[in-house]
Design a protein around this ligand. Structure first.
Ligand SMILES: [Zn+2]
Length: 196
């Protein structure tokens, strides 16, 4: 029997599997919007130059609105963590990877390290990095620091963005799993990076 209400809705979301062809379709949609891609890259360039994207308001804003949206989205629909991860992969591929340097995983991760702090997202630390496996931590993460334990690792955008950022210059698929999260009883977020 089909479940009703929230359980029923979540049941449907659970059936969404984002594998190779689905991700390829997602990439195609983004590629079909070159103006959007160009504009977002322009915005990053403006940020780099210290220019405001909006005429009267700075690029910085308090982080609570953004994190409330995603915290509640994932609390109510944890199935969306997978979707967020895959969207993050595309963000990493399109908007972060072009700014990274290096050929090996440790080199690429090292070149990425400063972004988190530059943008006040988190204090990032590489715990260990080898050719096909790495662990890094985010302290004081903008997405989850200070939240109580809701039993979920919610930083799927961070994990996905890292995967897309690393796999693009590497030319091999990369999986990033958040293994510790402030929303799941830890004092920091920890991510496991595996080159597939
Ligand atoms: Zn987290």
């Amino acid at each position: 029997m089909e479940k009703k209400g929230l359980d029923g809705a979540r049941e449907k979301l659970k059936d969404i599997r984002i594998e190779g062809p689905v991700y390829e379709g997602m990439r195609q949609i983004v590629n079909d919007h070159p103006e959007l891609v160009r504009r977002i890259l322009d915005h990053y360039a403006m940020l780099e130059r210290g220019e405001w994207i909006r005429p009267n308001l700075p690029n910085e804003m308090q982080i609570l609105y953004m994190r409330d949206r995603q915290t509640l989205s994932f609390l109510l629909f944890p199935e969306m963590l997978e979707i967020g991860y895959q969207v993050g992969r595309l963000i990493g591929e399109k908007f972060i990877a072009p700014f990274l340097t290096g050929r090996t995983l440790p080199e690429i991760m090292q070149s990425n390290l400063h972004f988190a702090l530059d943008h006040n997202y988190a204090r990032q630390e590489i715990v260990t990095a080898a050719e096909d496996y790495a662990v890094y931590r985010n302290y004081e993460c903008a997405d989850c620091y200070g939240l109580p334990n809701i039993g979920l690792n919610i930083c799927c955008y961070e994990a996905g963005t890292a995967a897309g950022s690393f796999e693009t210059p590497l030319g091999r698929p990369v999986q990033v799993r958040e293994t510790k999260c402030c929303a799941n009883g830890s004092d920091f977020c920890e991510f496991e990076v595996t080159v597939l």
